[in-house]
Write a protein that binds this ligand. Structure first.
Ligand code: SAM
Length: 296
């Protein structure tokens, strides 16, 4: 039985506010926080409402009047969990095989895009690798774009300042000493030589992608998993188009692509395992997807 709209969840926030916030997040970002996450939504709405000096049931009406309140609700529900060299193996694959191959083949600067970059650890991990591979030549040889839908995450990413907890997650002592300056007991800042390799931009992945040229490498990690099925399929089609033929796509460890391996046969309307759009390849201990060379 559905709970009546004005019933309170265990968090004390009413169901109507939770449902409104889930629908808002889906409309604005494509993220579908299923009913099993209602508790978390309620907690975050409760915290936000008290920060704004409001009662949670008042949030929807206030958000209709003030776009900044609506933005704050979306921000409060986004998950920016990330870490330097997250999962480690994909970065070994990048360092050993993918980046050297891309740099060898690229006619101009290699284009690398960290889509859904959260607070910057992912693109900065790649920037550290590029700096180590190319030294002072890195800015001329590689263009690193990083994007997210969240202005709050992007502003933290641009600042490139991380807490002790954050630098202790995934960074080796060598990387920390070589690429960071300590600014205080709980603050490390990435040096400009690495920081300046990354250009940040707000891009909402459910909108048409801005034309940024075809990319040699795209990292799309730990965001698709939260999207609804229709949004996921549409995003993959856009991502494939943003890759150059032969380009490389990396997804998160829990994400895999079955949809793009299947195409609907135009004549019969039947699903047919046609020539794949993206081909799965193993690099070291990780799986990547490559856009077929002849998929122009
Ligand atoms: C869990 S983090 C993943 C960060 C990083 N890729 C990693 O794997 O460590 C997911 C990020 O996706 C972003 N995001 C969610 N929906 C998005 C959308 N529609 N367009 C762009 N970014 C989105 C969130 O703001 C968040 O920063």
């Amino acid at each position: 039985m559905c709970a009546p709209d004005d019933a309170a969840t265990p968090t004390g926030v009413d169901h109507a506010a939770v449902e409104w916030a889930r629908a808002l997040l889906r409309r604005r970002t494509g993220i579908d926080l299923g009913p099993e996450r209602s508790y978390v939504v309620g907690v975050r709405l409760g915290v936000l409402a008290s920060r704004l000096g409001l009662a949670a049931p008042a949030l929807p009406a206030r958000a209709r009047l003030e776009p900044a309140v609506e933005d704050a609700v979306v921000e409060a529900l986004l998950n920016h969990e990330s870490a330097f060299f997250r999962d480690w193996e994909p970065f070994e694959a990048l360092r050993r095989e993918v980046l050297p191959a891309v740099l060898r083949e690229a006619r101009g600067p290699a284009r690398i895009w960290s889509a859904a970059c959260a607070t910057g650890q992912e693109p900065y991990s790649i920037a550290m690798l590029l700096h180590e591979l190319l030294g002072d030549g890195a800015p001329a040889r590689a263009a690193l774009l990083a994007s997210d839908v969240s202005e709050a995450a992007l502003s933290r990413a641009r600042a490139a300042r991380y807490s002790r907890f954050e630098v202790n997650r995934g960074l080796s002592a060598r990387h920390l000493l070589q690429h960071f300056e300590q600014e205080g007991p709980d603050a490390w800042r990435l040096r400009a030589s690495v920081r300046d390799l990354v250009r940040f931009e707000r891009i909402n992945l459910i909108d048409p992608l801005p034309p940024r040229g075809q990319q040699d490498v795209i990292l799309l990690r730990n965001v698709m998993i939260y999207l609804g099925a229709a949004e996921r399929a549409a995003l993959l089609a856009r991502i494939r188009a943003a890759l150059r033929p032969g380009g490389w796509l990396l997804l998160g460890g829990a994400e895999s692509v079955l949809d793009p391996l299947i195409r609907r046969d135009a004549a019969s309307g039947r699903l047919a395992a046609a020539r794949p759009w993206l081909v799965s390849v193993r690099v070291g201990k990780t799986f990547w997807y490559r856009r077929a060379e002849d998929d122009a």
